[in-house]
Design a protein around this ligand. Sequence first.
Ligand code: SF4
Length: 349
Amino acid sequence: MSMTPMIEASDLSKTYFSRHGLLGRQTAVHAVDGVSLAVAPGTTLGIVGESGSGKSTTGRLLLGLEPPSAGQVRFDGAPMPALETTEWRKYRARMQLVFQDPLAALDRRLTIGAQIGEPLAIHAIGSEAERRERVATLLQAVGLRRDQAASYPHELSGGQRQRVVIARAIASDPQLLVCDEPVSALDVSIQAQVVNLLRDLQETRGITMVFISHDLKVVRNMSDRVAVMYLGRIVEEASSDEIFRAPQHPYTRALVSSVPVPGTALKDRIVLQGEPPNPAARPAGCAFHPRCAVAVARCREETPTLQVVASGHEAACHLVSGDPLAGIANLGSAAAPVGAAFTQTSASP
Ligand code: SF4
């Protein structure tokens, strides 16, 4: 396997400015703030976080759909070209985005065959007959029938429409697929089918994936590695197994505690208190401190940076150290909490 990451971000930031109030005061919203990550070819990085964590903006920056305010994205070892340039369009055929809402992603006036074939036509791949055959093959690859090429989006179920979106995304044989909440608009029964489809496609085609979701349970099923985002920053990153086995950051611990394990009762669940974060009003110090049950005075003033806590495992918290067990012990014994308390509950599934 090549050592060059398929996609790599270095110190990536995105700031939006909005005006509000009678005087139209300008407010800076740091949607993404110093994100660095690398995804090895053929693997999946899951990005998880609440609404406002910056995970979707990160996905768009990785694809070059928005220019970063600072930092750099490298695709297959080369810097991402500027948006809308000829070079960027060439890259776009090699990386695709799967949206959350398949109905919004599809044109209701066009047959699904025409829409799946669109990227092939845009990039002049094959003759018309070859493109028709390729569309039929793609429909079969995502579990639909060849004759459904003549259907319109409204004639399909939500799960089938998302399969069409995936077929269109893989039509140009991309090396990178960024999936932004690809199953959150689907029924739970259909979610597993679409997740399995994405996993199968990744295995058979060796596609590198960035899988963005607020749902850690779905991310776990898809990902080799997981990055947890909070208010525009990565607060923890590790292999999927490690995130679930030994979460270090208090926010990750709360997320992990809410994921049911089949066959066992959901106990010691940590319920996050307080409002979801407002990216326009980032708390000083550690942005998580108003909701953190183990915050100490230092947390209000000093922003923690990502530290290696174990091989391939980083977390940004003042109370974690290089020894994962010591980190957990520190969190458990922290005195004088200043944040709103977690609520620990024992619950049945
Ligand atoms: Fe942030 Fe402090 Fe809580 Fe760690 S202990 S997550 S640094 S508030």
